[in-house]
Design a binder for this molecule. Structure first.
Ligand code: GAP
Length: 517
C-alpha cells in the first residue's frame, strides 16, 4: 500500500473507531484542532502515564508539577519568544497561498535527497550483491554534485537565519527556482516574520487589560518555578522537573493530521545540572529517551537521531528523535542543551536571584539545563500509524478476508480486555459480569454481548484490545474461559482465577521499564 493511502486509512480509522475527531466537526471543523474520542482519550492517557512514570517514578531526583497556561507577559519577553519565536512567511501572488519559507526550502532539499536515493536504488539493482553503497555515494559524480548543492543551500540558509536576513531567504527561493505547489509559479512576495504565539486579554474590560499569551511551550512554567521546587523539595543538583500540559502555536503550515496542531500537548522535562556537565547529561538523556521509545516495540529501524545545525535561540546543542511516520522520518521529540539561558533571562527580567548554592563546591551559580520535550499528539500518531494493519487471513472455508487490527503495544492499548458471553442466555451474561467484576478494578475492560463472536473479535481488533475473554457453557461447569490473543489470534483455555496475572504481565508498564538500563 502506498504511504499516502495508508495515511488516509489511518485517519479514517481514527475517526470511525472513536480515536480522533475534527474539532467542532458539525460546524465544518476548525483547522488543525482536534478532539480525542472515547478510545483516543484512553490511548492518550496511557501515553502520558508511560512518560510521567518513567520520569518521576523511576528517578528519585525528578518531580512533577502542573503550572498554569497563562503566565505573566514578561515571561515571554525574557524567554525570547516575543522577539524570536517567529516563522518566516512568504505568499505566492498567483495562488494567494501562504507558506513557511523554511519549509519550502526544506521540501526542496528533500526532493534533491529523493533524487540521490533513486540513483542509489538503481545502482543497487544493477550491481546486486557486490554493491558498496558507501563507496558509490562517495565516488558517483552526480551524487557528489547533488550533495554539494544541498550543503550549499543549507549553509546559505543557516547564515541568512542567523543574521535575520529575510531578503537572502527569498533570494534562495528564487535562485533555486522553487515554485508554488498550487499555482506552479515563482511569483513570490517578500519574506516577513510572523510570531507564532496566540494572544488574548486579561481582565473583564479588554480595552484596559494587558495582553497575555497562551503558552507556546510548557517549559517556561518549569523555569519560573525552579526555585520554588528546589527549595520546597530540598532538591540537590542534578535534579529534574517534569510537566505535561497544553501548548498553543499559531502554526502557518498546519498539516498532516495531528502531527502539527494549533492546540497540542507537550511532555517536557528540564534537568538542572552543574555548568560544565552539560555534554555528559545531554548524551545521557539522548540515550535514555531513545531507549524509552524503542522498548515499546514499534521497530528499532523506525527511529533515528537528527542533530540540529540551525539551533533555536536558547540552545547550545539540540537533537531530534525522528520517527518513521507514514509521510517519512519527522521529528517526534527534541532534546536540547539550553545552558543557563532561561534561568539567567528570568533572573534579569524579574530581578530575583535564581541561583543554586552547591554545598560540594561552596559556590553559587545559575544551573545549566538539559531539556527533553515530546508532543503527546505526535507520540499518539506514531503509535497509531505504526499499529494500523490490514491482514489477509484465510477463513475455515478456504476463502480469504481482511482483518483490520491495531497492534498497539498492550501497555498503551485503550481497552485491555473484552469480556464476551458466547450467547445472551443460559446464565452466560451473569457469569461474564462476574469475570468483569474480577478484572475491572485493575484493567480497563469492555463488556459486549451484541452480534456474533467473530464480529465482536473484529471490533476489538480494530481498537487494539490485546485480550478477548469468551465465556461459554463450559465456563459454568469448570470456571475456565477462552482467552484470545489479538496479534496471533491464538486461543487458550484458562482458569478465571489466572486471568489477572496473565493480563497484568502483558500490560503492566513495569515489564517495559525493567528493560531500561
Ligand atoms: N520546549 C522546547 C520545545 O517546545 P519544540 O521542538 O518546539 O521544543 C517540542 O517542541 C515537541 O513538541 C516537538 O518535538 C513535537 O513533538 C511537539 N510539537 C511542537 N509543535 C507542535 C505542534 N504544532 N503540534 C503538535 N506537536 C508539536
Amino acid at each position: 500500500m502506498a504511504d499516502t493511502d495508508r495515511f488516509k486509512k489511518v485517519i479514517a480509522h481514527a475517526k470511525e473507531y472513536g480515536f480522533v475527531f475534527q474539532s467542532s466537526e458539525i460546524y465544518d471543523g476548525l483547522s488543525a484542532v482536534y478532539d480525542y474520542g472515547q478510545n483516543g482519550s484512553e490511548l492518550k492517557e496511557n501515553i502520558k502515564r508511560y512518560w510521567k512514570d518513567s520520569m518521576v517514578k523511576l528517578h528519585e531526583n525528578i518531580v512533577g508539577i502542573d503550572s498554569a497556561i497563562f503566565m505573566h507577559p514578561t515571561v515571554w519577553k525574557a524567554s525570547g519568544h516575543v522577539g524570536a519565536f517567529n516563522d518566516p512567511l512568504i505568499d505566492n501572488k498567483d495562488s494567494k497561498k501562504r507558506y513557511r519559507a523554511d519549509v519550502l526550502i526544506e521540501d526542496h532539499i528533500e526532493k534533491i535527497h529523493g533524487k540521490i536515493n533513486k540513483d542509489v536504488e538503481k545502482a543497487k539493482k544493477r550491481f546486486g550483491d557486490s554493491f558498496n553503497e558507501k563507496q558509490f555515494r562517495e565516488t558517483n559524480q552526480r551524487i557528489i554534485d547533488r550533495q554539494k548543492k544541498i550543503d550549499e543551500i543549507l549553509s546559505r540558509f543557516k547564515k541568512a537565519t542567523e543574521e535575520g536576513n529575510l531578503a537572502e531567504i527569498k533570494q534562495i527561493i528564487i535562485d533555486e527556482g522553487i515554485t508554488c505547489p498550487v499555482s506552479g509559479s515563482k511569483n513570490w512576495t517578500d519574506v516577513r516574520q510572523f510570531n507564532l504565539m496566540f494572544d488574548t486579554k486579561l481582565g473583564s474590560l479588554s480595552e484596559d487589560a494587558d495582553k497575555i499569551y497562551l503558552r507556546p511551550e510548557t517549559a517556561q512554567g518549569i523555569f519560573v518555578n525552579y526555585l520554588n521546587v528546589q527549595k520546597t523539595g530540598r532538591m540537590k543538583l542534578p535534579f529534574g522537573i517534569a510537566q505535561i500540559g497544553k501548548a498553543f502555536r499559531n502554526e502557518i503550515v498546519a498539516r498532516q493530521f495531528i502531527f502539527r496542531m494549533r492546540e497540542f500537548e507537550q511532555m517536557e522535562m528540564q534537568f538542572f545540572i552543574r555548568p560544565g556537565e552539560e555534554d555528559k547529561w545531554f548524551d545521557y538523556w539522548k540515550n535514555l529517551r531513545m531507549q524509552w521509545h524503542k522498548i515499546l516495540g514499534l521497530g528499532d529501524e523506525n527511529y533515528r537521531f537528527h542533530d540540529h545545525e540551525n539551533l533555536a535561540h536558547y540552545a547550545k546543542a539540540a537533537t531530534d528523535i525522528e520517527f518513521n511516520f507514514p509521510f517519512g522520518f519527522k521529528e517526534l521529540e527534541g532534546i536540547h542543551s539550553r545552558t543557563d539561558f532561561d534561568l539567567s533571562q528570568h533572573q534579569k527580567f524579574s530581578g530575583k536571584k535564581l541561583q543554586y548554592f552547591d554545598p560540594e563546591t561552596n559556590e553559587s551559580y545559575v544551573p545549566y539545563v538539559i531539556e527533553t520535550s515530546i508532543g503527546v499528539d505526535r507520540m499518539f500518531l506514531a503509535v497509531l500509524s505504526n499499529a494500523f494493519d490490514e491482514e489477509t487471513i484465510k477463513k475455515e472455508d478456504g476463502k480469504s478476508e481482511t482483518r483490520t487490527v491495531l497492534h498497539i503495544p498492550p501497555a498503551l492499548a485503550p481497552v485491555k480486555a473484552a469480556i464476551l458471553p458466547l450467547v445472551k442466555k443460559d446464565g452466560l451474561p451473569e457469569k461474564a459480569r462476574e469475570v468483569l467484576n474480577l478484572l475491572k478494578y485493575d484493567f480497563n475492560c469492555q463488556y459486549e454481548e451484541k452480534d456474533s463472536i467473530g464480529k465482536r473479535y473484529r471490533r476489538q481488533d480494530a481498537i487494539g484490545t490485546p485480550f478477548c475473554i469468551t465465556v461459554d457453557h463450559q465456563t459454568l461447569e469448570d470456571n475456565t474461559v477462552t482467552l484470545r490473543h489479538r496479534d496471533s489470534m491464538s486461543q487458550d483455555r484458562i482458569k478465571i482465577e489466572n486471568l489477572p496475572a496473565i493480563i497484568d504481565k502483558e500490560v503492566n508498564f513495569k515489564n517495559l521499564f525493567k528493560k531500561l538500563v
